[in-house]
Design a binder for this molecule. Sequence first.
Ligand SMILES: [Zn+2]
Length: 216
Amino acid sequence: MKHNDFYKKILDNNKAWVEEKLAINPAYFKRLSENQTPPLLWIGCSDSRVPANEIIGAEPGDVFVHRNIANMVIHSDMNMLSVLDYAVNILKVKNIIVCGHYGCGGILAAMKNESYGLIDNWIRHIKTVYRLHHVELNQIENETERFNRFVELNVQEQVYDLAKTSIVQQAWTQKQELSIHGWVYGLNSGYVTDLEVNVTSNQDLDEVYQLKFKKL
Ligand SMILES: [Zn+2]
């Protein structure tokens, strides 16, 4: 398919999709336009093969989504922090999923030494995860197995990085219902694996990260 054919096709797809929804429920878009109360924030990779809504069978209105290369939670990233703050404090989502995936190009780049230009500065954050876990990772001789484990450890670290934010710690201090989960999606199988990263309060963090909030 030529590039322009694809462009025309997606516009046609949109029209067909609208008609399909309206045929089932004439008020579908009217109802959706009134408000959103998604129970879930999804932090995933930008990879085109890991579409958030589709792989969990979610409908429009179900998931608040943030995606970047290698599903990173970087504490100075205003984009991520703004999404997180809005999701936790305004939308009051009850679950946050960090979803990585096997075969992630960002993670692979972080294991190697090649320079890719500006993106090196983003990948550098992933290299820090490697450094934290280098003893375990360097013991894995098979490169694919080491790559897979690095994907999992990166998701685990991003779950912890979410828990370290003032936003999540404050929500937990206020007894707001909020669970954080780490998933890995299999490009080969379509299935997700829940890594069962167990962090439910700031007591699970290293002491230096535990914030004490002033009473208002
Ligand atoms: Zn990826």
